[in-house]
Each structure stands twice: as structure tokens, then as C-alpha cells.
Design a protein around this ligand. Structure first.
Ligand code: IPM
Ligand code: MG
Length: 358
């Protein structure tokens, strides 16, 4: 096996269940690193609520600098009930938004996969979820999350939706390139019957498509797409959408996978990459050792795929997750019929499958 060199990884477990699921992901990374002769240089830091408590800010400059000089960042999740009353600018979530923006991570990839063993964990019918394999491309550094003006008076509040041609063009390209390697279909989701930004979105995506004619492009309005995502999810391949719609639609799509605890994500830019589970801090179950580690472990799959370009390692982790599920291991969020697996038990089951691969 060729030496894969060194991976400089910044680990930011964050708040809530982040501190429980990220160590599980690191264990999987360590096993794979040993197998593929990859040396790891891991630094761990605080981010989000815990950093506000300890250092007074959600993201210290030094941590941002470390993120910049790392090959990748592995992040858990941030936030919690303690900060619910705070203004958006003072909340732990701001740390995450700053990190995404400062690192230029404009493309957020969120795969939605209906694991065969979990087809009955979804509240949707087995026949509906069966075969679903979607890759969402959510634009991550533009739109209503970031554009100015954005302010709040006592009786008036403003957020601005703004997109430029360049912002749409660069993510559309990545979506078409991914579709070429998959089932060659892109569904672009917008609200072009109402929003100017969406009209531009549709125009630019249509133009970029001229360079990818072997990929089928279809446009959908977000409201009707939200419904189709629940009725015919298996008909979609790559779904391309803006920051706000992508945030909402990917939580909705979690229903297909059976639980938000199953969804990993990769945020990519021109240089850095950040991997984080889609789920939040889950304050209701935090600290009990029962959170589903699969979303975070699947982030390691994505790390091998996108940062390390090692698809063999990536598919090995996917198979190990699948095997643990096939053997009946289920954390509480997956509605097991028997005793639910703890975070540690689920992790151990996946590690065991991984170690038994040759
Ligand atoms: C997500 C989250 C974040 C977002 C929050 C925590 C800022 O919901 O990653 O989907 O809205 O982007
Ligand atoms: Mg979200």
C-alpha cells in the first residue's frame, strides 16, 4: 500500500452530543489511517458554546488560523438551550457560520442514502425510500445567511437574499461534475416564480449546463420539490440549491434515511474542507452516551473521498457501517425493537466490521 503522507486535521467537537460522536469518528479514522499508512497530526480545540464559556468567544482567531493551516476540519455541532435567548450574532452558531465563510467553504455536500437495513426505520413506506441515493449540493457561504443589510429594530427586521453569477456558477459546476460520476441528473431547486435571486439562479445553472450536456438538468420550484422529495425520493440524483432551501430540504430528507443521526456532510471550497454531521447538539439526549455516531463516522468516509482521494478506504467505511446495521445494531434514534445500542456499542460494531475487512 502506497504511503498516503500526513493528514493535518483540526478537530472541533463543539457542544452537546458533538463531544460524544466525534471521538467515535476519530477511532474509525485511526483504524483506517493504520491500514492505509496515513500519518495523522490531530489538534483539538473548542468551538461554539463551550468556547464562549471558556474564552468569551465562539471562535478564537487562533482556532480560525489553525483551521486555515489544516488539511481538513472535523466538527461536531454547536449550540444549546443556554443560548436560545441570545441575538443571532452572539450565539454559538455564529462560530460555525464564520468558519464556513472565512474558509471559503461554498459547497456543502449532503448525501441522503436509504440504507437497505433501515428501509423500515423511515416513517415513509419502504417502497418509497427504497433505492434512494441523493447527493445534495447546498450553497453555503451566500444568500440570506450572510447578505447585507441584515438588522433588527424593535418592530422591524431585515434579512437580505443576494446571489451573484459567480457564486451560482461555481457550485453549479461542482454539482454537474458530481452528476457525471453518478447517475447524470441534476435537479436544481429554486423559487423562480417569485424571487429575483432564483431567476438568476435558474439562468446561470441553465448556462453552465451547456458545458455538461451528458447530464440531464431539471428545474423544480422549492415548494413542490419539498413534496416530491417525500413521494418520489428515489428519482433524484444530484440536487442543487441555495443556502436556505438546502438547510431546510436536507433536514426534511433525513426522514428518508431514517434519522438525522445518519447524515454526514462535507463543506468544500478551493482549499480547505470541513466535515460535520448534519445533526445538531441534541440537548435532550446529550451526555447519556446514546447518540448515533454514524453521521460522524460517515464524515470520515467523506474525508477519505474528498480530501484524501482514497475511494477504497471510503467504501470500506461505508461497508462497515452497512454491516453493523445489517447485523441489527441500532441506536435509539433508529427505533430498535430490542435494546438500543449505545454510542460506544455502535462504534465498536463498526470498528469490528472494519477490522475484519481484508
Ligand atoms: C446546518 C445547521 C446550521 C445551518 C446552523 C447550526 C447554523 O442547521 O448545518 O444545517 O443553518 O446551516
Ligand atoms: Mg440545518
Amino acid at each position: 500500500m502506497a504511503d498516503m503522507g500526513t493528514l493535518k486535521l483540526l478537530v472541533l467537537p463543539g457542544d452537546g452530543v458533538g463531544v460524544e460522536v466525534i471521538p467515535a469518528a476519530i477511532k474509525v479514522l485511526q483504524v483506517c489511517a493504520a491500514k492505509y499508512s496515513l500519518s495523522l497530526e490531530i489538534h483539538q480545540e473548542l468551538v461554539g458554546g463551550i468556547s464562549i464559556k471558556t474564552h468569551g468567544v465562539g471562535l478564537r482567531d487562533s482556532v480560525l488560523e489553525q483551521a486555515r493551516s489544516s488539511d481538513a476540519v472535523l466538527l461536531g455541532c454547536v449550540g444549546g438551550p443556554e443560548w436560545e435567548e441570545e441575538a443571532p450574532a452572539r450565539r454559538p452558531e455564529r462560530a460555525l457560520l464564520t468558519l464556513r465563510k472565512e474558509l471559503g467553504l461554498f459547497a456543502n455536500l449532503r448525501p441522503i442514502y436509504a440504507w437497505p437495513a433501515l428501509e423500515d426505520s423511515s416513517p415513509l413506506k419502504r417502497s418509497v425510500v427504497k433505492g434512494t441515493d441523493i447527493l445534495f449540493f447546498r450553497e453555503l457561504t451566500g444568500g440570506i445567511y450572510f447578505a447585507q443589510p441584515k438588522h433588527r429594530d424593535k418592530d422591524r427586521a431585515v434579512d437580505t437574499e443576494l446571489y451573484t453569477r459567480q457564486e451560482i456558477d461555481r457550485i453549479a459546476r461542482l454539482a454537474f461534475q458530481a452528476a457525471k460520476r453518478r447517475r447524470k441528473k441534476v435537479t436544481s431547486v429554486d423559487k423562480s416564480n417569485i424571487l429575483e435571486t432564483s431567476k438568476l439562479w435558474r439562468d446561470v445553472v441553465t448556462e453552465v449546463h451547456q458545458e455538461y450536456t451528458d447530464v440531464v438538468l431539471e428545474h423544480r420550484l422549492v415548494d413542490s420539490f419539498a413534496m416530491q422529495l417525500m413521494t418520489t425520493p428515489s428519482t433524484f440524483d444530484v440536487v442543487l440549491t441555495n443556502n436556505m432551501f438546502g438547510d431546510i430540504l436536507t433536514d426534511e430528507a433525513a426522514v428518508i434515511a431514517g434519522s438525522l443521526g445518519m447524515l454526514p456532510s462535507a463543506s468544500l471550497g478551493s482549499r480547505s474542507a470541513l466535515y460535520e454531521p448534519v445533526h445538531g447538539t441534541a440537548p435532550d439526549i446529550a451526555g447519556r452516551g446514546i447518540a448515533n455516531p454514524i453521521a460522524s463516522i460517515a464524515c470520515i468516509t467523506m474525508l477519505f473521498e474528498y480530501t484524501l482521494n482514497n475511494t477504497t478506504a471510503a467504501s470500506g467505511i461505508q461497508r462497515a457501517i452497512g454491516a453493523a446495521l445489517d447485523h441489527g445494531h441500532r441506536t435509539a434514534d433508529l427505533h430498535p425493537t430490542g435494546r438500543p445500542a449505545s454510542t460506544e456499542e455502535m462504534t465498536e460494531a463498526i470498528l469490528q466490521s472494519l477490522r475484519s475487512q481484508n
